[in-house]
Write a protein that binds this ligand. Sequence first.
Ligand SMILES: *Cc1c(COP(=O)(O)O)cnc(C)c1O
Length: 234
Amino acid sequence: MPAYEWLTEFLLSAFPDGAALHEPTFSGNEWNYVKDCLDTGWVSSVGGYVDRFEEMLCDVTGREAAVATVNGTAAMHLLLVALGVRHGDEIIMPALTFVATANAAVHAGAHPHFVDVETTTLGLDPGALERRLHDIGEQRDGVLMNRETGARIRAVVGVDVFGHPCDAPALAKVADDFGITYLQDSAESLGSLRGSKPAAAGGLAAILSFNGNKTVTTGGGGAVVTDDEALAPV
Ligand SMILES: *Cc1c(COP(=O)(O)O)cnc(C)c1O
């Protein structure tokens, strides 16, 4: 049985019908901050709180730049478009993730290409990734193509499932060996460390989500964090 099937069965049994995946708690200055936004009229995509939020995200992820977005799906969609992902390209991602990872690829016109996970991290299996790229990959004029589908393979997205950091260094190394970009979906791992580094420090860029069921919530929200000046002014 593939690892993702085993894990899916396990997770379904761990979260029976009606159990909330994560419930938010509010115990700080939330009411004051919301009132401040209403009193000052800064209730939309800009304002002092957005700038502060982006600065704090840089601090907590160790990244040079953060761009706040409307949600995590939009963050991944924007990131793929900013990287030049085109209609028909393939994006490799783990078979065990929230549907948003695949939705963002589809919104960008790309095809999600699923590779199995490992039971140790719950994340994309670097060995399985290597084998898959070796089996189906073909370099044509310095571009990695899928010889079975004829599509260009653009990027690999690693996901930190339920806050467990995937093996980003090993995944990034495989992606690099095949000449494609490694990205990080850290929507579930704000606050997690991979070794001594924040989980969202992996890859060229990472996305975060602040949906109501994440470790930190803004109701709905997301961000791209990166050190890459071509993606975001640092
Ligand atoms: C929550 C989540 C996202 C983004 O979700 P939004 O609801 O759009 O903020 C992306 N990937 C994973 C793995 C997630 O859990």
